[in-house]
Design a protein around this ligand. Structure first.
Ligand code: FAD
Length: 353
């Protein structure tokens, strides 16, 4: 690992040097980069299962060019740490076994992560743009006096990153000179790192056992046997056009079943109580990029598009031929959803029979 003096020397070396009107950009060789850069990928786990968003974070961490370690914490962590050790391209897993870290409470988790970042002398810390990442990483950045680089969609080099801004209407390229770069990664922009052939060593991390005033009380989870919205290859989403919760369930759930799809919703549908807010797709909901996205009774507001416009194929059903959703749709059906969707569902079921 690099000392802080070493990191400063490297930063000075890597910075472009301007002489008269000619810029010389010194880039260390890949071998030198591997020695100078080290990334800690934060691995989320829930009930002993690795989160897919964390595996995308590992892929982004690998693209930085240095060594990659994984960090995992929670109770009975041994089994999931051993699973994490099989992630391809990860050299070491730092594991902390303590139930205080099970739910990823930022007040507990951020000081833990910071202690381990400092101990390992990492140049980068990378997590998914998940609820956990959005909750914990800003606090980590503040504790490290770094400016967080949020929701990146590409790594240009070890200090330059691409991220969408203004709900995806502009793309910013940002460069960070912070000693420790704190990064969150858009899961749909990086494939999940493969788990299987890796053989990382598992090492016990430091546990500051911070005396936090915050404790986990309970959670109320919406349970579903359907595919997970964030990672499903097919998503069917309903909007305000569904008119009621009863109609949302009556129209959308059989369509989802016929397609083997996850169910999503617009914010208007969520705010009207038609769907649970964990199903919201968009700027303030989940960002999805499935193979197929079917938008039913959704107008296509910019904030909704921010969460689904990178889907491979977009199909839209709307009675208004001028609805903006048709501008991003590959396939459009203008008509009354209460007629068209049950008809489509029947046809899909027949085709599968
Ligand atoms: P509407 O815009 O009301 O559209 C309903 C559509 O249904 C219409 O196009 C209509 O033609 C069609 N329709 C009605 N009846 C039928 C029928 N019988 N058959 C066929 N079609 C029919 N929105 C999100 O979705 N996700 C977000 O994350 C999000 N974040 C936001 C963040 C901010 C800061 C703000 C300001 C807004 C955000 N919004 C978000 C809200 C967004 O601006 C829109 O209000 C919302 O997306 C509209 O949802 P909708 O398309 O379901 O409803």
């Amino acid at each position: 690992m690099l000392s802080s003096a070493g990191r400063r020397a490297f930063a000075a070396l890597a910075r472009p040097t301007l002489r008269s009107d000619v810029a010389f950009a010194f880039r260390p060789s890949p071998a030198a980069l591997r020695r100078l850069l080290s990334a800690l990928a934060v691995l989320e786990q829930r009930d002993g299962k690795l989160n897919a968003g964390s595996l995308s974070a590992v892929t982004a961490a690998k693209q930085l060019g240095g060594s990659v370690h994984g960090f995992i914490a929670g109770s009975n962590i041994k089994a999931v740490a051993e699973e994490a050790a099989k992630i391809e391209g990860v050299e070491k897993i730092i594991a902390v076994d303590n139930p205080a870290y099970d739910k990823g409470l930022p007040e507990n988790y951020a000081p833990l992560l910071v202690e381990n970042i400092k101990k390992g002398g990492y140049t980068h810390v990378v997590a998914g743009t998940t609820a956990f990442g959005k909750n914990v990483m800003p606090r980590v950045a503040a504790l490290l006096d770094s400016q967080q680089i949020s929701d990146i969609t590409a790594v240009q080099d070890d200090k330059t990153f691409v991220r969408p801004i203004y709900a995806g209407n502009a793309i910013a390229t940002v460069e960070s000179t912070d000693a420790v770069k704190v990064i969150t990664v858009r899961g749909t922009a990086f494939p999940a790192a493969a788990v299987g052939s890796g053989s990382a060593a598992v090492e016990e991390g430091v546990d500051p056992k911070a005396d936090s005033p915050t404790e986990w009380v309970s959670e109320d989870l919406a349970k579903s046997d359907r595919p997970d919205l964030a990672t499903a290859s097919r998503v069917v989403s309903g909007g305000r056009g569904l008119k009621s919760k009863e109609d949302f369930d009556r129209i959308m759930l059989p369509l989802a079943d016929a397609l083997g799809a996850a169910v999503g919703a617009s914010r208007a549908a969520v705010d009207s109580g038609y769907a649970d807010n964990s199903l919201q797709v968009g700027q303030t909901g989940k960002v999805v990029a499935p193979q197929l996205y079917v938008a039913v009774g959704i107008s296509g507001a910019i904030q909704h598009l921010a969460g689904m416009k990178d889907s491979k194929v977009i199909a839209a059903i709307n009675k208004d031929a001028e609805a903006p959703i048709f501008q991003v749709a590959d396939v459009g059906l203008v008509g009354d959803l209460f007629e068209k969707v049950p008809e489509l569902t029947e046809k899909l079921k027949k085709a599968q029979a």
